[in-house]
Every structure is written in C-alpha cells, then in structure tokens.
Design a protein around this ligand. Sequence first.
Ligand SMILES: [Zn+2]
Length: 302
Amino acid sequence: MGKLTPAFICPLCSSDRLKRIPFRYRFKDRFLWGMRCNDCGLISIFPRPEPEEIREMYVADYFTGADGQTHHMTRDYLSATAVADNTSMIEFIKKHKDHGKFLEIGCATGAFLHRLQNHGFEVRGVEISEFAAGYGREKFGIDIISKPFSEDLIGHELHENEFDIVFMGDILEHLTQPLEALQIIHRILKPDGVVITKVPGTLNLISTRLAFTLYRLTGNQKTMTIPPYHLTEFMPRTLDRMFHQAGFSKVKIDQSTKHPKTITLRHSMLENMIKLAFQYPNYYLTRWFGVLGDRMMAVAGK
Ligand SMILES: [Zn+2]
C-alpha cells in the first residue's frame, strides 16, 4: 500500500505511519477504514466522518430507534436507560467518592445522573444531542450543557479543579479527539479527583483476533454497515497510554467480557456461531486472568 495522505494522523501520538486493518465501515458513498498506528498501536477510523455527518448521527433517531443493523443498539436508548440497573456502577463510584461534584460527559438524557443525585452527589452533564439534553432537563431537572465537550467550555460552563468525579460511559471511542477530551478532564478535576471511563474492546476478543488473522490471510475484510459511531478501537495498552499522555499518573484498567448470553450478534450465521463458541472460554479467561476482555474500565487520578 502506498503512503497515506498526511490528513491521517494518529490522535494519540501524532504519527502519520498508519496501516489499514481488515475492518471498515461502509458509510454513505465511501469506506472508512480501521487503521493501526505503527508507533503506538492505537486503532482509529479514517477518513473521519465530516463534522456535519457526526451531528446527523446523533439526532433524535439515535436515541429512539433500534434494530441492530443500522443502529447502535438493539434496544432504543430511552427505554434501555429507563430500566437500566445502575446499582453496581453507583456502588463502584461510591467506593472512590461518596459525595461531591460529579460530571458525566455524554450523559444523554441524564437518567444515570438523576439516580446519582438521590445518592447525595451534586450532578451535571454534558451532552451533544440537544434532543437528549432537552429531554433530561425537562424530565429529571438535571443541569445538562448541550455543547460538544471541548476546551471552549473551560472558564465558562466548566472550571479548572472543579469536579470530584468525571464519568464517561462508552463515550471516549465516539470522539474525534479522545486524547484532548482526557486532557480537558485532567484540567477540570480537583487534585484528588477521579475519572472513571468505560470503553468497549471488541478487537481484544479471541474471536476478533482470529477473524482478523483469517481476513488478512485471505485478503478480505469485515465491512460494517452501521454508521461509524466508534472512531477509536481501544486495546488495554492504548487506553492506558492515552491516560498517561493526558497527564494522569494513577491509571488502573480492569477488563471484563460480556456473558455469551448477553452479546449482540449482528453478523452472518456462521460468524455468529464462531463468535458464540469463542465467547464462553473468553468469558472465563477474562474472569480468571483479567485478559482479552471486550469491556474495559479505566479509573485514573492526577
Ligand atoms: Zn500513534
């Protein structure tokens, strides 16, 4: 493959030595490819969707639609969050801080913040979708900033050394500049503040590693037809590196694997069977040894 255009720059280490992996999205009239950085290993999607396309991806339909093929989830967001059991996450948060100023980035309708408020936290949210933010303000009375999470918020809506806890659940992989987001979080956290981040790690699974090896050997690739919501595919190593690069010194990453009965199957029947067959041993390997997980939770402090 020839040299890539300089517009493809690794969002973690700024290298331009990116190489295609056998994974792409068919998005509108073009393909967006998974590319691995030769220098730091981060996998990102290039070319990026245009800013206007990203806005379109998160209009009301993202929160109210569901079918697993064209949407992000198999259950629509509003009904999923209305019944979500966040008890274990709330317990986890309280182990780190049992009160204080709490910010959720990508809070959607603020359903989780609403529950946390009842546990004594002073909560605020940031949400790019005006639809979801408006819904949350009206239904739960939560203070939700409906702007992109950017440096422009500091000194206006948000302040340096303001928060005890910043939480991001399945958001970092959606952002065009994930490192910048972590750098902003570092600034708005108090000196003893904690950031808690959950990200998917699908490419870390045994089945995905095997599939990618087969695709590479046969010259094929996986083509996704859902919109390119995830612009970064994290592995434990690259997630850890990104936190350190953003200035965090205490970083802990825990891996887990979804139980085989709870995974989303959106591929061909053969692919689904292989995925299921591998998910069982994978599930136990992650439980016993903390490796090869398809979910990662990073907890970091300054
Ligand atoms: Zn890199």
